[in-house]
Design a protein around this ligand. Structure first.
Ligand code: PRP
Ligand code: MN
Ligand code: MG
Length: 178
C-alpha cells in the first residue's frame, strides 16, 4: 500500500498537532453550549475520532452517510443519503466534520438539507481544503490545511475505497490512478 504513495504531505505527527489545535479552538468557541458533531461518512470517520478527543466539552456524535451519483473520482452534486442522522438537530448547535472539501458540492447539498431541519447554528470543520477545485461558494469555519489540486489519500481519504487506513496524508503515484 505504501509503495503506491508518491509523497507524504502531512505526517502523522503534523496531523496530530493540527487536530489538537483545532480541538482547542472548537472547545473555546462552544464552551457552555450544547454541541452535536456530525461526521460525513466515510471519509471523515478518522478525523472525527481524533478531533473529538481533543474537544474538552460534552459533545453528541452523529454520522450521516452520503454518496454522489456519477463518476467516482469527482462528485456530481447529486447526492443520496445512505444513512441519515440518528438525532434531531432542531434548535441544536451542529458542527459538520469533513475530511476534505473539493468541489464543495457534497457540502452544498448537506448544508441545504440540514438547514431545513432548523438547527440553532451550523458550522463546518474540514481537515483539508482544496480551494482551487471549488465549484460552489462555501463558508468553512475551521480548516486544518489548504492543499493544492493533487490526488491525495490517507487518514480517511480513499481512492477507489483503498488507502483510508494510511496514518498520514500523501499523494498517489500517477500510475496508480491513470
Ligand atoms: C469525498 C470527501 C468529501 C467529498 C468532497 O467523499 O470525503 O465528503 O468527497 O468532495 P466535493 O467537495 O467535491 O463534494 P466521497 O463522496 O468520496 O465519499 P467517502 O467519504 O465515503 O469517500
Ligand atoms: Mn466523504
Ligand atoms: Mg471517496
Amino acid at each position: 500500500m505504501r509503495d503506491d504513495v508518491k509523497e507524504v504531505l502531512f505526517s502523522e505527527e503534523k496531523i496530530k498537532e493540527k487536530v489538537c489545535e483545532l480541538g482547542k479552538i472548537i472547545t473555546k468557541d462552544y464552551v457552555g453550549k450544547d454541541l452535536i458533531v456530525i461526521g460525513v461518512l466515510k471519509g471523515a470517520n478518522i478525523f472525527l475520532s481524533d478531533l473529538i478527543r481533543n474537544i474538552d466539552i460534552p459533545v453528541t456524535v452523529d454520522f450521516i452517510d452520503v454518496s454522489s451519483y456519477g463518476a467516482s473520482t469527482e462528485s456530481s452534486g447529486v447526492v443520496k443519503i445512505n444513512k441519515d442522522l440518528d438525532f434531531s438537530i432542531e434548535n441544536k448547535n451542529i458542527l459538520i466534520i469533513e475530511d476534505i472539501i473539493d468541489t464543495g458540492l457534497t457540502l452544498k447539498y448537506l448544508l441545504k438539507n440540514l438547514k431545513s431541519r432548523k438547527p440553532k447554528s451550523m458550522k463546518i470543520c474540514t481537515l483539508l481544503d482544496k480551494p482551487e477545485r471549488r465549484k460552489v461558494d462555501i463558508k468553512v469555519d475551521y480548516i486544518g490545511f489548504k492543499i493544492p489540486d493533487e490526488f491525495i489519500v490517507g487518514y480517511g481519504i480513499d481512492y477507489a475505497e483503498k488507502y483510508r487506513n494510511l496514518p498520514f496524508v500523501g499523494s498517489l503515484k500517477e500510475e496508480v490512478y491513470s
